[in-house]
Each structure stands twice: as structure tokens, then as C-alpha cells.
Ligand binder design. Structure first.
Ligand code: GLA
Length: 373
């Protein structure tokens, strides 16, 4: 049995596919894959969350477009593993998850990574000693999502799920793919991270995410650079005549800098933990404004949730993930009781579905579970 966690992202949104910086961490919630070898080159896939949609697929001749729905993610991983030269064994895989789907917590990446780990470790038992490095597995899982499922996401979610470490956030440079673990333990400083699932479902297969990505690429083309990562000063974006492209690029430049600012605050703490968390909170709130006004990917429930959280004493809060639905991340004192109450009341006043709260604890990345009887 293998577990791959979902992820939260402390800072750096829509920066990964612009070759920029991100600072995600693995959650304690995730997807488990119980897997065993079976005879023949076939995969049997079932999920406790999709009881009516079990499938059996042939590994030989597997190609994008053949599998749809939830099973496209694990099938895509098998396809991408084989395309990368790793032989996938026939297997039965049973999936379960305690991550809410559509909440922007990367349940798809967790499903891909749990499958990738299960299939490679099952194969390894046969082909003694052939481990696939985690960084390669992240690229394989991303390829499954991009090319088999057809969603043009970046590398952040799979990296967080596979490379996360308990008590740390993962600084990932998406240009070089260099990573470093940044100690991050809000509980030790009397703070916590609250995830507010706004219950507005996001669906990255919808075109908005791809459109933002295309706008960033267009901004880069007009500036004659290979990616927006090359821009480092806010004024660099002024050369863009188009106001929409200018706003998009401004967000990317500013969020990249905010990642580095948060890392600096966590790595060389000057001041008390309370000062540091107040400063990080300020950066979170600035990032929300930038995602709402410049990148234009926020949604009404996220804006209301951020506003209510700040009014109730959160150090800072922002929408998280691709946007248009999903979760808000709030950095709160202690366990954030008053913030939960205020956000719940704000949703009730507008007659929205009640939000769901999860504590985001920086946790260990994907792993095989040992069962003890
Ligand atoms: C989604 C994608 C990531 C990243 C974020 C936005 O979670 O899967 O690759 O682009 O959106 O930061």
C-alpha cells in the first residue's frame, strides 16, 4: 500500500509553468493505492470514491484518449512510465482518498503519484534494484496529466507530493528543478495554517487555466524572452503595451519575489516568531490581491473568505492553486477558532454552501505504508 499526499502551496501561484519559484508542502491527507501484481499485461483500477467506475485496461497499445474519467490519471501514469522506458507490470490497484476532490489540494497529482510509486515499486520487486528517482517520477506523473488527461499544469503539485518532508516547505526552482527543504513548523511558533475549502469546485480541464498559461507565453514572446522568469524587477513589465498581458506578467514577477521573501523570512529569522508570521501573513494577503486583480483567477467565495479571515485576526490569507474554485489558505494564530467562525458566518450570510476546514500540516511526502498487524 502506497500513500501520496495532496499539497498546499505557501507561495508562488501560476509561477511554475513560467519557470519561476514555488514553495508548496505535502499535506497529511492524501491518496492511497493498494496494489498487487496480476498475470498478463492488464491493469485493473477501482476507486472507493468512484464505485461505479472500475475499469480494466490493456497496457499494450495504451494511448491518450483511450481512457476517460478518474481512471485516466492512473492509466496515464502507466502510459508515461512505459514511454519513459520503465516496464509496467500487470497489476490490480484499489484507490482510496481522504482529500476532498475539486478543492484545489491536488487530489489528481496525489492519485498520479500514488500510482507511479506503486507501479514502479511492484516492478522493482521483479527487476531487483531499479528505482526511479523521485524527480523523474514527478516529471512522469506530470506528463500523464499534461498529455494523457490533457490538462496543461506545471510541475509543482507532483513535486510537492513526491519530495515533501515533514516540518518543511519545498522551495522548487522550476527552471533548474533544483529543490531545497525550508524548515517550516507553524505550530512551534503558536500558529497554524487553515485550509478553507470554499466548496466552489474548480476544474482545471476548463479553459481558464490554459488561457492564463497562453497569456503568459504571449507576454514572454512579445518581450523576446523564453519565460517570464527572466523578469526580475516590477518595472520590467512596463514594456508590455497590452494592459492584460502587463497585469498577468506583473503578478508572476511579484509572486516569484514573494516566494524568495518568504524563504528569507523562514531561513534567517530576524525577530520573534510572531513578527515573522505577521510578515509572512502580509505577503500572503498581497499575493491574494495580485491573483485577484492582476491575474484575475480568484472567485467570490475566496475573496469573501480572505476578507472574513483577516477581519477575524488571521496573519494573512490568500486563494490557493489554479483558481476559479478550490481553497483559501489562511495563516492564523493558534488553531484559528475565531477565523473558522467568521468565515462560516460570512458564507451563511450569503446563503453559500458551508465551507469545510482542514488543518494544513507540512507532512512527509509519498511513501510505502507498512502495515502492522
Ligand atoms: C495548479 C497546477 C499547478 C500550478 C497551480 C497554480 O495546481 O496543477 O501546476 O500551476 O495550479 O500555481
Amino acid at each position: 500500500m502506497w500513500l501520496a499526499p495532496g499539497r498546499a502551496n505557501l507561495m508562488g501561484e501560476h509561477t511554475d509553468y513560467n519557470d519561476g519559484y514555488v514553495l508548496p508542502f505535502a499535506l497529511s491527507q492524501g491518496v492511497t493505492a493498494a496494489a498487487a501484481r496480476r498475470d498478463g499485461r492488464r491493469l485493473t483500477l477501482c476507486s472507493r470514491q468512484e464505485p461505479a467506475a472500475a475499469v480494466e485496461i490493456a497496457l499494450d497499445g495504451l494511448a491518450p484518449g483511450q481512457v476517460t474519467g478518474w481512471a485516466a490519471y492512473p492509466a496515464g501514469v502507466a502510459w508515461a512510465l512505459e514511454a519513459a522506458g520503465h516496464r509496467v507490470p500487470g497489476a490490480c490497484i484499489a484507490i482510496d482518498s481522504d482529500l476532498p476532490a475539486g478543492a484545489g489540494l491536488s487530489s489528481s497529482a496525489a492519485l498520479e503519484c500514488a500510482t507511479a510509486l506503486a507501479l514502479t515499486e511492484l516492478a522493482q520487486a521483479e527487476l531487483a534494484g531499479l528505482t526511479v528517482p523521485r524527480r523523474d517520477l514527478a516529471a512522469i506523473a506530470r506528463r500523464a496529466e499534461n498529455e494523457f488527461v490533457g490538462v496543461p499544469t506545471g510541475i509543482m503539485d507532483q513535486s510537492a507530493s513526491l519530495l515533501g518532508q515533514a516540518g518543511h516547505a519545498l522551495l522548487l526552482d522550476c527552471l533548474t528543478l533544483d529543490t531545497s527543504q525550508v524548515p517550516f513548523d507553524p505550530a512551534a511558533a503558536g500558529a497554524s495554517l487553515l485550509l478553507v475549502n470554499t466548496r466552489a469546485k474548480h476544474d482545471l480541464v476548463d479553459g481558464e487555466y490554459g488561457q492564463r498559461r497562453a497569456e503568459c507565453e504571449e507576454a514572454g514572446r512579445r518581450l523576446g524572452i523564453s519565460s517570464l522568469r527572466s523578469l526580475t524587477r516590477p518595472a520590467d513589465v512596463d514594456q508590455l503595451a497590452d494592459p492584460v498581458l502587463r497585469r498577468r506578467a506583473r503578478h508572476v514577477v511579484a509572486d516569484n519575489q514573494r516566494v524568495l521573501d518568504v524563504v528569507a523570512l523562514l531561513s534567517t529569522p530576524l525577530g520573534t516568531p510572531a513578527d515573522i508570521y505577521r510578515d509572512i501573513g502580509q505577503l500572503l494577503t498581497e499575493s491574494h490581491a495580485s491573483l485577484r486583480d492582476d491575474f484575475e483567477v480568484s472567485w467570490p467565495e475566496a475573496d469573501a473568505g480572505v476578507e472574513a479571515a483577516l477581519a477575524a485576526g488571521a496573519f494573512g490569507a490568500r486563494m490557493m492553486g489554479g483558481g476559479f474554485g478550490g481553497s483559501v489558505l489562511a495563516l492564523v494564530p493558534a488553531t484559528g477558532g475565531p477565523v473558522r467562525d467568521a468565515v462560516t458566518a460570512a458564507f451563511a450570510r450569503r446563503a453559500w454552501t458551508a465551507p469545510e476546514f482542514l488543518e494544513a500540516v507540512p507532512s512527509e511526502g509519498a511513501r510505502r505504508l507498512t502495515l502492522q498487524f
